[in-house]
Design a protein around this ligand. Structure first.
Ligand code: HEM
Length: 256
């Protein structure tokens, strides 16, 4: 709340742009009578949901991806090959354009497989008549695993859906090939990003994950520097030793 008040003063004094950051953006949202659209409480709630929705989810995906790179040499080699191929066409310091991200198909399949085994959200609530209906149908067809909690709400259990042998054969085995097809054979069998109303940050998560992995594997070598890479859930995954890694630049010119 203090931060919101501070930002309000900064905005009123025109010391920052209305779209400087998330809070100033929400403070600047006005209705047709130029009155503030959101109360401070709503701004706080929206900020918290975006922080949890954006930060925890993406950092969990990247952490598990790094664990896969360290523990699965064949997957690591295939990702390095795909990313080196893209890096080869770049001059030093040239940024990655959108087109390059679309070429990172194998890397994204590994990311989806990572989220299949270790989804950021183990449960998520779905409410509203439309979403409720869609999830109930998918449940009746034995696709997504949902539990009814009221006549308009269901909870989707991500891991139970992803670990269903009928959806993903041998589900505990790491197998990025199950994401080779453009779209899943049946809807709501891969629910890491939600269902009828998908995560609005999906594309952003894809950009940050692929970009991070690109620079990590093309410019650095990376290995785990802990013996224990196990984790528990609280409810987000927490690694027992924090999963520290040791990274070393591949090139001596210090380019990033
Ligand atoms: C690996 C990364 C991510 C995963 C696995 C993930 C997963 C999810 C899931 C399962 C939901 C619930 C969807 C539903 O209700 O059907 C959700 C909602 C949401 N996500 Fe993400 N997300 C990720 C990244 C992000 C990022 C980067 C952002 C923001 C830039 C974001 C913002 C949100 C927001 C605001 C919601 C709430 C949507 C609403 O109910 O209106 N997420 N996410």
């Amino acid at each position: 709340m203090d931060l919101i008040s501070e930002k309000r003063v900064t905005l009123e004094k025109k010391w920052c742009f209305p779209h400087q950051d998330l809070i100033t953006c929400l403070l600047s949202t006005r209705n047709e009578d130029n009155l503030a659209l959101l109360s401070d409480e709503e701004i706080e709630d929206n900020t918290v949901i975006i922080m949890i929705g954006e930060y925890d989810t993406s950092s969990i995906l990247l952490t598990f991806l790094i664990r896969i790179l360290a523990n699965e040499p064949s997957i690591y080699a295939a990702i390095v090959q795909e990313q080196e191929e893209i890096a080869k066409s770049k001059t030093l310091g040239e940024l990655l354009p959108w087109d390059d991200l679309t070429k990172m198909k194998y890397t994204w399949r590994v990311a989806m497989e990572t989220l299949k085994d270790n989804p950021s959200w183990v449960l998520f609530l779905q409410e509203g008549p439309q979403r409720y209906k869609i999830w109930r149908i998918s449940n009746a067809k034995r696709v997504a695993k949902v539990r009814q909690i009221s006549d308009k709400q269901v909870v989707c259990a991500t891991s139970m859906t992803h670990m269903d042998e009928k959806i993903f054969p041998n589900p505990s085995k790491i197998n990025p090939t199950c994401f080779e097809q453009q779209a899943p054979a049946r809807p709501y069998c891969s629910v890491a990003f939600g269902g009828p109303r998908m995560c609005p940050g999906y594309e952003f998560a894809r950009i940050e994950t692929l970009t991070m992995i690109h620079y990590l594997v093309t410019q650095f070598t990376c290995k785990l520097s802990c013996v224990d890479d196990s984790f528990c859930r609280d409810p987000m995954p927490v690694f027992n030793q924090g999963l520290p890694i040791h990274i070393k630049p591949k090139k001596s010119n210090g380019a990033i």
